[in-house]
Design a protein around this ligand. Sequence first.
Ligand SMILES: Cc1cc2nc3c(=O)[nH]c(=O)nc-3n(C[C@H](O)[C@H](O)[C@H](O)COP(=O)(O)OP(=O)(O)OC[C@H]3O[C@@H](n4cnc5c(N)ncnc54)[C@H](O)[C@@H]3O)c2cc1C
Length: 484
Amino acid sequence: MNRAVIIGAGAGGLTCGLLLALSGFRVVVLERNGQPGGLMRSYRRAGFDCPVGIHYLGALDKGQPLRRLLDAFGVTERIPLERMGVSGPVDRYHIGEFRFDLPSGLDAFGHALESAFPKEARAVAQIMADLRSAWSRMENLGFLFDAERDLGALKSHSADKEFESLGCSPDLARTLAVSTAWFGVPWRSCPVSFLYMALASYLASSWRLGCSGARFAEVLGKRLLELGGEIVCGDPAVAIGVEAGAAAHVRCASGRVVRAPVVVAAVHPQRMLDLLPEGAVKPSYANRIRGLESTGSAVCLQAAVPADVHPGLPHNILSWPPPFDERGIRFLQLRPEPERSAGLLTVLKYGWWSDWDGFERGETGYREAKERMAAELTAEAEALMGPLPGLEVLDLYTPLTIHRWVDSPHGSAYGVMRSVQQRFQAALLNRTPVKGLFAAGQSVLAPGILGTALGSTQTAILIAGKQAVAKTLGIGEKGYGLNA
Ligand SMILES: Cc1cc2nc3c(=O)[nH]c(=O)nc-3n(C[C@H](O)[C@H](O)[C@H](O)COP(=O)(O)OP(=O)(O)OC[C@H]3O[C@@H](n4cnc5c(N)ncnc54)[C@H](O)[C@@H]3O)c2cc1C
């Protein structure tokens, strides 16, 4: 039987492991933390389930890419989901004084843009055509299986340039650009097609988990065990063994050695490099990986808000005040908790390592800085939602927290930055020059649970072959022409 060892049990490692297991591989996943899930795993404070890396998900309707993957894994029924945008918006944008409600559905989005920007019909028509083109490549996983539908034909210049060439008003440009907050690429350097793919996946359908992120991770992990896989937690990989130019084993901190002819590093590519022996790759490759810029990190407030003060919101809020610097974008959710007398408020903002790396976790200065940040984010939430008396701060996590949890460089939230500036350096990261060594995880194609799972699919195709993975996913012989 083919064997594969995967480093990292985040969304990338688990989805890659499931695809390989379904393609006939015996899979062992090694995870440094005591539990699987990485960023997708939520944590508990005062009985509340606090999300880290899943606030909402796109493309989960029947036949859509993420759903297709979960169906293929056989786990859809075990992951309760709540559809968003059924009787109101998915997101409410507060962009300076301008308001926009992001509806569910590409058609509805086109109509919403037409009515918000009646004088910009030409630009809106072009934007919608490009959004549809991006989605048509994704919707049936066509870009992974059909050379004619790859992403090369999509526009590769920046969103900034695109909106300028279309003559978009600042409000229209920002309405589109605010979604870059989902994946950490400043819109002035974000490839416009990348932005459209992310936006289209949420327009296609948006969902909240009806369970915790921790449960989602456990369901994926359990399914891997059912398929004969193994997950070893609490034992970090410390070295990738290379013999005769090929990946041969992974050594863990405990001394455990797992041998396999296929090794997948589902961690940040710079961490993969740290695990390789000296001289395993040429300096040019090492320099390329070391030189990659990663996205910034995140700071997030979690607070309980009494239900009689605020009943909760079925949509998210994205707020972007002047002067419209990316640092100013905030993501807010106030989720009702039907079984409790308070809802969970989450306020998420970009975070920067340089603002926090002077602190030691646990020291007074760090605690005070967190308290100041919590007060600032609470005040911002109140400015958007009205007074929230009785609000109780449950937690605030910072770039230090993310760094400690998943060991991403400088607490990077979304891995390697997919900017126009490093388009070529960041291309084809799934492959490595070491035979049998592959990469997976959010850095290889795109972040987000969907982007990460699609990157894992690419990696599984490289390892198991297109036919095996297509069969697992129910893809017909003509690639995107599906059997289903
Ligand atoms: C604040 C925030 C909000 C987000 N919100 C959303 C959202 O609403 N919707 C959405 O779709 N996406 C969201 N994302 C993105 C999404 O969570 C990530 O893209 C995805 O979870 C990344 O998965 P991954 O497997 O690539 O990385 P990770 O989750 O980082 O997994 C890597 C794993 O490898 C482990 N590891 C590292 N080094 C070693 C080692 N040496 N040995 C063994 N194990 C190791 C880590 O512990 C970790 O478990 C968000 C992310 C963040 C940070």
